[in-house]
Design a binder for this molecule. Structure first.
Ligand code: ADP
Length: 265
């Protein structure tokens, strides 16, 4: 709130009164500030991989190209940075689509337990480190109406993080619970955790607990922000619980009506 205050003063110097005009500009100012910060963040995020690539390419052109040991290493760095930039730009496009409401929810009734199992299987096959997957999923069919592609992306982002921040030998636990009018999905890891004060901020765009570290792990800082947009577009909620040094659980809900499901089938 901003106040413009005018003082009504007589020639004698006595103050006769005050006029205060109050403007509610906080919302607009906040939006402007957020937009500026976002643009600054995007520029910074793109500049980092670009400057890295420039110095590696320079080194290559100044002779490293003919060094049998250095050349492949330098090329793989530029390749890695290119991949990360592509991910970043894709994430940005996704977010901007969601911001402009220029996207559709393609919801279908799917057997959610089976769908969840498929995604977990995919990560189980691909994972390169010693991390155990534990599934605590109901052994029954639960039909939920969701946009498969979008929920796949949400779950992919959460599992990728769980793997990234897990120690070797750690365990990731997948749960699905039926609650009143919704299903609750959770993914827990035994990784580094998130400090208590930052727990809600991890859903903000570009927020990272440890910038340097997460960038090194290939993150864009947008994964959970995208997940949040996608879950709320489908009427659900997403949040995190964590203990530093012990692990993190990301939970989300989706509307679910077992009665409708019975009618429908
Ligand atoms: P990033 O691409 O950096 O992983 P995200 O939006 O997916 O971006 O996550 C934001 C930040 O939240 C991460 O940089 C990390 O600091 C923290 N975070 C997310 N998931 C976990 C997790 N499972 N364990 C610890 N920290 C996490």
């Amino acid at each position: 709130l901003r106040a413009n205050i005018s003082v009504i003063q007589r020639e004698t110097g006595f103050v006769n009164g005050l006029i205060a005009v109050l403007h509610d500009i906080t919302e607009q100012e906040k939006l402007d500030a957020e937009r500026r910060e976002f643009v600054a963040n995007v520029s910074h995020e793109l500049r980092t991989p670009l400057t890295t690539m420039r110095s590696y390419l320079e080194a290559l052109s100044e002779g490293a190209l003919h060094d049998k040991e250095l050349a492949p290493r330098f090329l793989s760095v530029t390749q890695y940075e290119t991949e990360r930039m592509i991910r970043l730009v894709n994430d940005l496009l996704n977010l901007s689509k969601m911001d402009s409401r220029n996207y559709e929810i393609n919801a279908n009734w799917i057997d959610f337990v089976k769908f969840f199992n498929h995604i977990i299987d995919r990560f189980d096959m691909m994972k390169e480190r010693d991390i155990t997957f534990k599934r605590l999923l109901p052994n029954k069919v639960i039909f939920v109406e969701v946009d498969e592609d979008k929920i796949t992306q949400v779950i992919d982002n959460i599992i990728s993080n769980a793997l990234k921040y897990s120690p070797d030998g750690g365990q990731i636990t997948f749960r699905l619970k039926e609650l009143d009018g919704k299903v609750e999905i959770s993914i827990s890891d035994q990784g580094i955790g998130i400090p208590k004060d930052n727990i809600d901020r991890v859903f903000q765009r570009f927020y990272r607990v440890d910038r340097a570290r997460t960038r090194q792990l290939g993150g864009t800082g947008l994964g959970l922000a995208i997940a949040k947009e996608m879950i709320s577009a489908q009427g659900g909620e997403i949040w995190a619980k964590s203990k530093e040094g012990k692990g993190t659980t990301i939970l989300f809900t989706l509307p679910y009506d077992p009665v409708q499901e019975d009618d429908w089938s």
